[in-house]
Design a binder for this molecule. Structure first.
Ligand code: SF4
Length: 214
């Protein structure tokens, strides 16, 4: 089966324009935000990132040295604050010797991905978000919105896993960090405006979708 992924990308870009992701001011803020946004909305995660910054804790060494109880209070807006404190500390222990993810980039990207996946609480979506938006590596981030859209387009079935959906994109559009990051951001925007749980198909830009009204 061939997938008109570039057509989908063009339709979304034409409607929504560039999304300027990731919505964080610094690379560290982006990485910390990728953990804090797990199972919550970005608006909540960004409040926690801002509070870390205000307290001078948006720094991997500082996160390592701060007592858990202090971090619980600071990141509370992101929810699951005890679990996320453990995850932030695991990421911080990995990153503290380096400071910046770009210092850790290995010529073989797969190795950095495996290292990130070895950190407590970092799954494929979080690792790939860090790779794409912080490390500027050519990786497409798959999330629940991607699956919902690809299902409705008839490109995958319910059983489709992360790797299969990522491969559909990696095999069809240029392996370039900006393009791949833009595509993920456009899918998120589309899922919030049109392809919601209850889709708003009227005036949807994805004219290749079988559900598009005549
Ligand atoms: S036509 Fe409906 S189901 Fe298809 S992509 Fe648009 S909003 Fe989603």
């Amino acid at each position: 089966m061939s997938f008109p992924v570039p057509v989908l990308f063009d339709l979304l870009l034409k409607r929504h324009g560039p999304q300027h992701w990731w919505p964080a001011r610094t690379v560290t803020g982006m990485m910390v935000g990728a953990v804090l946004v797990q199972n919550t909305a970005w608006t909540q995660a960004s409040k926690a990132v801002d509070q870390l910054e205000e307290r001078g804790l948006l720094d991997f060494t500082a996160i390592c040295e701060t007592p858990d109880e202090t971090l619980w209070d600071v990141i509370r807006p992101a929810g699951y604050f005890r679990i996320k404190t453990q995850r932030l500390k695991a990421l911080a222990r990995f990153m503290a010797p380096w400071g910046d993810i770009r210092q850790v980039i290995h010529p073989h990207n797969q190795e950095l991905r495996l290292n990130l996946l070895g950190i407590h609480g970092i799954g494929k979506e979080t690792a790939d978000s860090i790779l794409c938006y912080a490390a500027q590596q050519p990786v497409f981030v798959v999330d629940a919105y991607t699956k919902r859209l690809f299902l409705r387009l008839g490109w995958v079935d319910e059983k489709a896993g992360y790797d299969k959906m990522q491969a559909i994109v990696h095999e069809t559009i240029p392996m370039e960090p900006h393009t791949l990051g833009e595509f993920h951001a456009l899918i998120v925007r589309h899922a919030k405006e049109h392809c919601l749980k209850r889709p708003r198909c009227q005036n949807c830009p994805v004219v290749i979708c079988p559900s598009i009204p005549n």
